[in-house]
Design a protein around this ligand. Structure first.
Ligand SMILES: NC(=O)C1=CN([C@@H]2O[C@H](COP(=O)(O)OP(=O)(O)OC[C@H]3O[C@@H](n4cnc5c(N)ncnc54)[C@H](OP(=O)(O)O)[C@@H]3O)[C@@H](O)[C@H]2O)C=CC1
Ligand SMILES: O=CC(=O)O
Length: 324
């Protein structure tokens, strides 16, 4: 008999079929308590689950006594209570690598569009304001050869450094928990403490996972240390940044502008002050959102679940140490 799984995300037809070749699939819209209750038997029998952007906590796991593996269509796994999974011996699979280059492209797009005011100026053209040769009120600031600070020199940080170094001739500063020889050798990146990075960077790019240590790691104190001409980019997770402090820093001119792909609350509430600031480029968490990459992530998550339920966790497993 095929193992049963819960699928809580729509997948392309061929990938859905691949899951059905291996498993008995129950598809649900979300993991809300009402959904779980309505499909209680399917949840009780599920040995695997696959989806994204839904909380998986101890209360949900209680309803899934047979669960052996979870597979998220994302690299970030802050939605999961990893301790609870470990305690139950449940594998957590994720999709690193397949999305790295696309997210780095998005970060470079945020740097460029914020510095050159691409969104704001394009809106002015559409509004019919381009009536004569443009003056300084349309100008932006340069990106090439400015100093780029990267907080989080992991897979994505490294791909961003590559673009900035080879494409834009930017000196690179970085901070992470450890030194990264590859970044230093290939991109002449210089490791520094966060304060030095904040003080010396023209662009401060954050691409950190959300953890207890990184929650509100960037707040009022950190914005005060940045140059008043600095541009701040966040594409990691919203709660890594104290959003209220960011709003104050943007309003008071403590920093020049911000390019954001992630927010403390998503979707960003329509009354967020961020939306009325002309010096903010706000994107709807599109870091990995290209057709190619989203397909590759889904395919990776499907393979990950098949692997994990067959006891194969050498690749893409967050907690391989629980294997018996
Ligand atoms: N906007 C979007 O759509 C997307 C957002 N993301 C987010 O980006 C994050 C990073 O992805 P990826 O690069 O693949 O992950 P990696 O695990 O490869 O990199 C994470 C980096 O963060 C650093 N880090 C972690 N904790 C701390 C800390 N307390 N202090 C300083 N540095 C820290 C790590 O340091 P060290 O190297 O020393 O271990 C590492 O350099 C994801 O977790 C996710 O939240 C990812 C994809 C898309
Ligand atoms: O935010 C996206 C991810 O893959 O993590």
């Amino acid at each position: 008999m095929k193992p049963s799984i819960i699928l809580y995300k729509a997948l392309p037809d061929d990938l859905h079929k691949r899951l059905e070749d291996h498993f008995t699939v129950t598809q649900v819209d979300n993991l809300d308590p009402e959904t779980v209750q309505k499909n209680a038997e399917a949840f009780a029998n599920a040995e695997g689950m696959l989806g994204s952007s839904e909380k998986v906590d101890a209360a949900l796991l209680e309803k899934m006594p047979k669960l052996r593996a979870t597979s998220t269509v994302s690299v970030g796994y802050d939605q999961f209570d990893v301790d609870a999974l470990n305690e139950r011996g449940i594998f957590l699979m994720h999709t690193p690598t397949v999305l790295t280059e696309t997210v780095a492209d998005t970060m470079m797009a945020l740097v460029l569009s914020t510095a050159r005011r691409v969104v704001e100026v394009a809106e002015r053209v559409k509004a019919g304001e381009w009536k004569q040769g443009i003056g300084p009120d349309w100008f932006g600031i340069d990106v090439h050869h400015k100093t780029l600070g990267i907080i989080g020199m992991g897979r994505i940080g490294l791909a961003l450094a590559q673009r900035a170094h080879f494409g834009f001739g930017m000196p690179i500063l970085y901070n992470a928990r450890r030194h990264h020889a590859e970044a230093e050798e290939r991109f002449q990146a210089r490791y520094c403490d966060i304060d030095t990075l904040l003080q010396e960077s023209d662009y401060v790019c954050v691409v950190l996972p959300l953890t207890d240590e990184t929650h509100h790691m960037i707040g009022a104190e950190q914005f005060k240390k940045m140059k008043s001409s600095a541009i701040f980019i966040n594409a990691g997770r919203g709660p890594v940044v104290d959003e209220q402090a960011l709003i104050e820093a943007l309003k008071s001119g403590e920093i020049h502008a911000a390019g954001l792909d992630v927010f403390e609350q998503e979707p960003l509430p329509v009354d967020s002050p961020l939306l009325s600031l002309p010096n903010v480029v706000a994107l709807p968490h599109i870091g990995s959102a290209t057709h190619e990459t989203r397909y590759n992530m889904a395919a990776c998550a499907v393979d990950n679940l098949i692997d994990a339920l067959n006891g194969k966790v050498e690749k893409n497993c967050v907690n391989p140490q629980i294997a018996k």
